[in-house]
Design a protein around this ligand. Structure first.
Ligand SMILES: Cc1cc2nc3c(=O)[nH]c(=O)nc-3n(C[C@H](O)[C@H](O)[C@H](O)COP(=O)(O)OP(=O)(O)OC[C@H]3O[C@@H](n4cnc5c(N)ncnc54)[C@H](O)[C@@H]3O)c2cc1C
Length: 446
């Protein structure tokens, strides 16, 4: 039996332990925080819960054991994330982003960098360690691999060789965790920067670690409609000086970005499944008890029963695609770029509709805040848009892999390895409107 979807006894225990924590500890705190009007206050209200998950080892569980982490597999992450997100999807995003901040060191950093930076994350005496993954920009992120240096990432890192530093200038918009609990910065922010202003996104980008307390950064909190228990910020960098040894993956920031969003793909996908499961559990219970003014519970109406069956089927299908992608990532150390992207596109898009179908089952009361259903909807709409938005970045990544001559449709079913290459980047970034094309045509024929 080579295909086995059964959880081990350890995984089942993990699932029910996390479920109990989510229901008993996370739910009341998240409900209170979500209701706060101020976005930063909502995030800070979750700090005591975060300290608990740090003590449980969940906040650093994905880091290798040799650096003090829990050595959790991607499949373990599926179990943990689904249980937390079925209750609240913002809080687990704080945990996910700790991983996004430092997992790239395990793929592209030196042993010393891993020991220093991941060791600090896993040995935090105050148990409130935050890492930020600082990529997205106000001008747009979807074209980070554009060949024109004036497009894509514009946080500039100028190498001041005389002083052994990089000097950062520019802005970032949307990074999670990055402002820290007190808006004076996360403990570590991993920033994707442009180190070469003469080259496009495939060769001009790098990754740099910025320590809390580094002068010259301002943070402003973004007030968003869903996932209110995690923090997103705008960051302005003005002559921010960072030691040159904090830079890594020079000229390969694009590869860091793609692999990191591949690692997070199944996690974001199972987060969407978790939210849909929460909505489905609510709708199922409602359908078995609410009569809609009729003579028996609404589940006895065929329209409701059929839609519930569709909802349940889509959730099951989504969950197993996540498990498959996570299993593949475990086997190839997050080298599953097309599968990670397809997983994210499929689950986030489908689960958003599943949540709305659950609302259709509940009916108009789904809109009444006191029943709690609307929170699932506010969360579900985030998934297609965040974690390298589905419409552009995720679809382009899968497309680039599929366009490679070595790609075969059997690849993932056969669980065969397939490394990601720079030649797979840049698909769909060079476009022009018919009007521009006609203009070029005219100038060529003159
Ligand atoms: C809760 C939350 C947490 C987040 N956490 C982080 C974080 O930790 N770090 C971080 O850096 N960011 C974070 N983000 C931002 C997030 O990662 C976005 O997914 C990312 O900025 C990409 O957004 P976008 O696709 O809308 O890009 P944009 O560049 O703003 O694109 C806008 C639109 O244009 C389309 N488009 C543009 N160019 C193309 C193209 N070439 N082909 C096809 N379509 C195109 C896109 O598909 C999209 O529809 C977070 C966002 C949220 C809501």
């Amino acid at each position: 039996m080579s295909v086995d979807f059964e959880l081990t006894a350890r995984q089942r225990k993990l699932k029910y332990d996390v479920r109990e924590f989510a229901r008993e500890v996370l739910r009341p705190a998240a409900e209170r925080a979500d209701a706060l009007r101020d976005a930063q206050e909502a995030f800070v209200a979750m700090k005591p819960v975060f300290e608990q998950v740090y003590a449980m080892g969940l906040a650093t569980c994905f880091f290798p054991k040799r650096y003090g982490g829990g050595g959790a597999s991607n499949v373990d992450m599926m179990i943990i994330t689904e249980e937390l997100c079925a209750v609240d999807a913002g809080f687990p995003t704080i945990i996910l982003v700790n991983g996004l901040a430092l997992m790239p060191l395990t793929w592209f950093g030196t042993e010393q960098q891993c020991e220093k930076w991941i060791g600090t994350a896993t040995n935090c005496a105050t148990m409130d360690y935050l890492g930020g993954w600082v990529v997205s920009e106000r001008g747009g992120t979807a074209n980070f691999d554009h060949p024109d240096p004036s497009a894509g990432i514009q946080l500039i890192a100028h190498h001041d060789r005389a002083n052994g530093e990089y000097v950062l200038n520019g802005e970032k918009h949307w990074p999670c965790n990055a402002g820290g609990w007190d808006l004076r910065g996360a403990d570590t922010n991993l920033c994707i920067v442009r180190t070469d202003r003469t080259k496009g996104g495939r060769d001009g980008l790098s990754a740099i670690l910025v320590e809390r307390g580094t002068a010259g950064i301002e943070y402003e909190v973004i007030d968003k409609i869903g996932l209110r228990t995690c923090q997103n910020v705008t960051m302005v960098f003005r002559d921010v000086r960072v030691p040159e040894e904090n830079l890594f993956a020079e000229g390969d920031g694009d590869i860091v970005l793609n692999r990191n969003f591949t690692w997070s793909g199944p996690i974001a996908s199972i987060a969407a499944v978790g939210v849909a499961r929460g909505a489905y559990e609510f709708a199922l219970k409602w359908a078995k008890t609410y009569t809609g003014g009729g003579s028996s519970p609404i589940i006895n109406h065929q329209a409701v029963g059929n839609l519930l069956a569709e909802v349940a089927a889509k959730i099951e299908a989504g969950r197993y695609l996540c498990w498959k992608a996570a299993h593949y990532m475990d086997k190839y150390d997050s080298e599953g770029h097309a599968l990670g992207a397809m997983n994210k596109m499929f689950c986030a898009d489908v689960m958003q509709n599943v949540v709305f179908d659950c609302m259709r089952i509940v009916g108009v009361n789904a809109l009444d805040r006191k029943f709690g259903m609307e929170k699932y909807y506010r969360e579900a709409v985030v998934f297609p848009l965040y974690d390298a938005g589905n419409l552009g970045m995720q679809r382009r990544k899968a497309w680039g892999v599929m366009a490679d001559p070595g790609f075969t449709p059997d690849l993932f079913a056969d669980c065969a390895p397939f490394a990601f290459k720079k030649s797979m980047e840049g698909y769909g970034v060079l476009t022009e409107s018919p009007h521009e094309a006609r203009g070029h045509q005219r100038s060529r024929t003159r």
